[in-house]
Design a protein around this ligand. Structure first.
Ligand SMILES: Nc1nc2c(ncn2[C@@H]2O[C@H](COP(=O)(O)OP(=O)(O)O)[C@@H](O)[C@H]2O)c(=O)[nH]1
Ligand SMILES: [Mg+2]
Length: 463
């Protein structure tokens, strides 16, 4: 990888490689202006002067041969994405034309950009720090509009500013420790042990918030796994069909109709919901297929982010319900009870159900009366705290950031216990400084070349 040859002028297609209305070729580097000028002419082969931020119309020409009619604009350093002189050429969106234009540029001394090289240069020129550069990639690769929203927050510096805040607080503590080392003869305790502990605890809680934010990223990025469980004939498949808006699963009044797990996906308010309808759980079945299906139901419950326990409000509580209550007993926080068949005479009360399963959220529902499915979906949003995602929401975007922050948390806990034990300021100060270095890694300050290489090589060419 030529990442570190920043004296080169680089170019790459910035848009998709399929046939399209337009393709944009981006050129960045010290010679960008001069090289593009040498191949850009009017209809009558007159030179066109490239002026900063001026949109120009003309022809890319190889000698006297016109390759394409284009619109281009030149942006002067340092106010560009890469921080270097940049030209963007909009040509017709045909891969053959793009190839001819880029080949022409290459013949004039431009080199094809490596993966992520434009963003790498932006990072090297202090346009972005590392967490923001990663956000660029996550934004491009996000599969749901909510993930894109979180990545955009990060690109705008929400994560960076939180890391900088933690770093600032820790630096302050470090300065106190160092001062007491530098002036030991003064015999003043600059901070009491209690004060040091309090400061450290505050820092740790900020770090813990970041650690827990990663579960939100994963939920939003991977989709929410929802498992519908309940006894046979409670209406599980009917609820799946109602959520999907079409008859996906077979619905009959014969208990044991659904034997396998059926999985479908919908998108709701920018997040995908992966919903599994499972075989009904009951004590007595001689059907081998149904038994296997019930094992799958149990597995599905274990991997779910949310469990919808569908009960039949028209029937009395029975052993099957008790068995399900037992299965879900340590999953109460993620279970929503659906009291289905509310259109029929109700024989099951919320109180009775509470006696066997102390749930926190429930919904009265009827697939016959067409209770709005939004009631269920919004309840899921509520339970997972997804309503509060906004422009201020800061999350760790990827495993690299997550592992670093976990490591930082562990090291801070270690420092806290040193303070607690009354260890010398010298040792505490040394360990604190180590954490400061780890924080730098999140931002990409003094980060080693091979790490940078592995991060930027995940980007696409042209970004
Ligand atoms: N009255 C009434 N019947 C329902 C309701 N939901 C489902 N059913 C009926 O209950 C029976 C079992 O439904 P199904 O979705 O197959 O239940 P599953 O075994 O839990 O998947 C079918 O006859 C459905 O038409 C409801 O809200 N009200
Ligand atoms: Mg079913």
């Amino acid at each position: 990888m030529n990442l570190f040859k920043q004296e080169d002028t680089i170019a790459a297609l910035a848009t998709g490689s399929a046939k399209s209305a337009l393709s944009v070729i981006r050129i960045s580097g010290a010679s960008a202006k001069q090289i593009v000028s040498s191949v850009f002419f009017t209809k009558n082969n007159k030179k066109i002067e490239l002026l900063d931020r001026k949109v120009l119309h003309g022809y890319i020409c190889n000698g006297l041969k016109k390759i394409d009619e284009v619109i281009l604009y030149y942006m002067q350093a340092p106010h560009t994405y890469t921080g270097e002189d940049t030209v963007e050429i909009s040509c017709h969106g045909n891969p053959l034309i793009v190839e001819q234009v880029t080949e022409l540029l290459f013949s004039k001394g431009v080199r094809l950009a490596e993966r992520g090289e434009f963003t790498y240069r932006a990072y090297m020129n202090n346009k972005l720090d590392l967490s923001e550069a990663e956000a660029v990639n996550d934004l491009i690769n996000s599969n749901s509009s909510k993930t894109a929203e979180l990545a955009l927050n990060s690109l705008q510096g929400s994560l960076s500013s939180q890391i900088k805040k933690i770093k600032q607080d820790l630096t302050e503590l470090f300065a106190y420790l160092e001062a007491s080392l530098d002036y030991p003869e003064e015999d003043i305790d600059f901070l009491t042990r209690k004060e040091k502990k309090e400061k450290m605890q505050k820092i740790i809680s900020q770090v813990e918030n970041l650690v827990s934010s990663y579960s939100l990223t994963k939920l939003v990025a991977n989709g929410i796994k929802i498992s519908i469980v309940g006894k046979p004939n409670a209406g599980k498949s009917s609820i799946l069909n109602t959520i999907l808006g079409y008859q996906r699963a077979i619905v009959t009044d014969i208990a044991g109709t659904t034997t396998d797990t059926i999985e479908e996906q919908i998108e709701y308010k920018g997040i995908s919901f992966i919903i599994s309808d499972t075989a009904g759980i009951r004590n007595h079945t001689n059907n081998t297929i149904e038994k296997i299906g019930q094992d799958r139901s149990r597995q599905s419950v274990n991997t779910a982010d949310i469990i919808l326990w569908v009960t039949d409000g028209s029937t009395l509580l029975d052993d099957n319900d008790k068995q399900i209550a037992d299965l879900l007993k340590d999953k109460k926080d993620k279970t929503i009870v659906i009291l289905n068949k509310s259109d029929l005479k109700q024989n099951l009360s919320v109180e009775e159900l509470k006696n066997i399963f102390d749930f926190s959220s429930y919904i009265n529902f009827s697939t016959i009366n067409k209770t709005p499915v939004e009631n269920i979906l919004n309840k899921i949003y509520e339970l997972l705290n997804l309503n509060n995602i906004d422009q201020e929401t800061t999350v760790l975007l990827n495993a690299r950031q997550y592992n670093l922050i976990l490591n930082i948390k562990e090291n801070l806990l270690k420092v806290l216990s040193l303070i607690d034990k009354g260890d010398s300021d010298e040792i505490v100060s040394f360990e604190t400084n180590n954490v400061l270095l780890l924080l730098n890694d999140v931002l990409g300050i003094d980060t080693k070349e091979d790490i940078l290489h592995s991060i930027f090589s995940k980007f696409c060419v042209g970004k």
